[in-house]
Design a binder for this molecule. Structure first.
Ligand SMILES: NC(=O)c1ccc[n+]([C@@H]2O[C@H](COP(=O)([O-])OP(=O)(O)OC[C@H]3O[C@@H](n4cnc5c(N)ncnc54)[C@H](O)[C@@H]3O)[C@@H](O)[C@H]2O)c1
Length: 261
């Protein structure tokens, strides 16, 4: 197969959680540009509808569902809708997450700890388990991409906006993904993680608004800049497509070098 053909997603159906805005919107656009029909889900209805229309303007089928990724019944209903309207799911990008706590451990409320772990870690299990069951039933295999972070590997030097709960969740996403990869390989379902470095979005806005913390993040990055919002698109298509057909249980780190030192 010609190498560029291996990146094609024509005829495949993808789900992107948290796809209404930010990096999730970029992941959805990337998959659509590579030919996939794309379903996004999010809590944000207006942004979700807007992104669905952008996807359709690329000439693919698209769907938006208002779904909380921590609610099992909403996930079940969404996957049923996707299958009924677009067809069997071949690609899942578990991208939805909430921002970090932004405070020291001593001030971290127990309830907020649970919310971050529930949204940023448990939802990855809830959605992937259900999507993998449908991929297995359809028998064509699939690719699951769980969005981790450089914070799966290192904690950031962003005092006073500490992020221990966020880091713990992202580290667990990478480890959980290895179990998924091992258990689902016999069904031809690959599971990999993408670990981005700092990119300006709503999630990173509070830290970027503190000049000292922003300066430290840039200085701690060998490339001396934040990533552009569209700089993960190639990685998403690579991981989703047959171009990465022998890769499972792995992590792609795209961080301008942040984790080299
Ligand atoms: N921006 C960065 O620098 C960076 C770096 C590393 C990893 N990430 C990861 O990339 C992913 C996207 O982050 P982003 O920067 O685009 O942030 P973002 O806040 O712009 O996007 C997150 C999206 O997830 C949705 N979401 C949150 N909770 C949800 C829930 N319970 N149910 C459904 N949808 C929900 C939000 O509404 C939002 O649209 C996240 O997993 C994040 O942790 C971001």
């Amino acid at each position: 197969m010609n190498v560029l053909d291996a990146f094609s997603l024509k005829g495949r159906v993808a789900i992107v959680t948290g796809g209404a805005r930010g990096l999730g919107r970029q992941h959805a656009l990337a998959l659509a540009e590579a030919g996939a029909d794309v379903a996004i889900c999010d809590l944000l209805e207006a942004e979700g509808g807007q992104t669905r229309r952008e996807l359709e303007s690329l000439g693919v089928k698209a769907l938006f569902g208002k779904v909380n990724v921590t609610a099992a019944d909403e996930i079940d209903g969404f996957i049923r809708d996707v299958e009924a309207n677009l067809g069997p799911v071949r690609i899942l990008v578990n991208n939805a997450a909430r921002p970090s706590e932004g405070c020291a451990l001593a001030d971290l409320d127990d309830r907020l700890w649970r919310e971050i772990l529930e949204t940023n870690l448990a939802s990855v299990f809830y959605v992937a388990k259900r999507a993998a069951a449908r991929m297995a039933a359809a028998g064509a295999g699939g690719s699951i991409i769980n969005i981790a972070s450089i914070n799966a590997h290192v904690i950031s030097n962003i005092a006073p906006r500490y992020n221990a709960a966020y880091c713990a969740a992202k580290a667990a996403v990478e480890n959980l993904s290895k179990s998924m990869a091992a258990q689902w390989a016999p069904r031809n379902i690959r599971v990999n993680t993408l670990a981005p470095g700092y990119i300006h979005t709503q999630q990173t806005a509070a830290t970027a608004a503190i000049p000292e913390a922003l300066k430290r993040n840039i200085e701690n990055t060998p490339m001396k800049r934040y990533g552009r919002i569209d700089e993960l698109k190639g990685a998403i298509v690579f991981l989703a497509s047959d171009a990465s057909s022998f890769m499972t249980g792995g992590t792609l780190v795209m961080d301008g070098g942040y984790t080299v030192w």
